[in-house]
Design a protein around this ligand. Structure first.
Ligand code: SAH
Length: 196
């Protein structure tokens, strides 16, 4: 992964510490340490470690940072953020995954501040503002509530696009100003709208 350009040592260390095979369906366990995405049920995938590392590096996590994750999925990205000592709030909109990952967090002793079942397009207004927000599914557009829920200086990392996504970093410069950086293309499962 170093060769792919991930430089943040704390991110690489966190990824090394996490037993990725435990986050996968048992039928894929043998492949857990390949740098690939895999199914986690409900037609969703655990992102490939490189993608998780890339997004995490962009978040520039400091201990105690208050971070919102959209798309809990298997809980792998959540675990990386918790290992970096962030305070993590995470939202999943598929009930089946929400339930299974909730049990998994308990079993493993991973303790996000909040793990909710709901629609990530809305963010988590009751807990805002956040130091950073990470969206782990492909967003057809940038949901306004997510930008509004950032602290000044806060960062939103979001893959934007339909078939393919451009990894986009928004940094909140002031109440109304955001800096935007585009950082290469990726492929995510879609950030689902409505209830389907
Ligand atoms: N962070 C996850 C990635 C899972 S893939 C991991 O490390 O495993 C993306 C996840 O986003 C899926 O679990 C999917 O169900 C969820 N998702 C899709 N649309 C969503 C929405 N509108 N709100 C919240 N979560 C959503």
């Amino acid at each position: 992964m170093i060769s792919k350009g991930i430089k943040d040592v704390s991110v690489l260390e966190a990824i090394k510490k996490i037993p990725r095979h435990l986050f996968l369906d048992s039928s894929f366990e043998d492949h857990a340490y390949q740098d690939k995405a895999f199914p986690i049920g409900a037609e969703q995938t655990i992102s490939q470690p490189y993608t998780v590392a890339f997004q995490t590096e962009l978040l520039a996590v400091k201990p105690k940072d208050k971070i919102l994750e959209i798309g809990t999925g298997s809980g792998y990205q959540t675990a990386v953020l918790l290992t970096l000592n962030a305070r993590v709030y995470t939202i999943e909109r598929q009930l089946e995954l929400f339930k299974s990952t909730s049990l998994f967090f308990k079993k493993m002793g991973y303790r996000p501040k909040k793990h909710s079942f709901g629609d990530g397009y809305l963010g988590m207004p009751a807990e805002a503002p956040f130091d950073s927000i990470v969206v782990t599914a492909g967003a057809p557009f940038v949901p306004k509530p997510l930008l509004q829920q950032l602290k000044i200086g806060g960062r939103l990392v979001i893959p934007v696009g339909s078939d393919e996504q451009i990894m986009t970093l928004y940094t909140r410069k002031s109440e109304k100003e955001f800096e935007k950086n585009e950082l290469g293309s990726f492929r995510f499962v879609p950030l689902l709208e409505d209830k389907n």
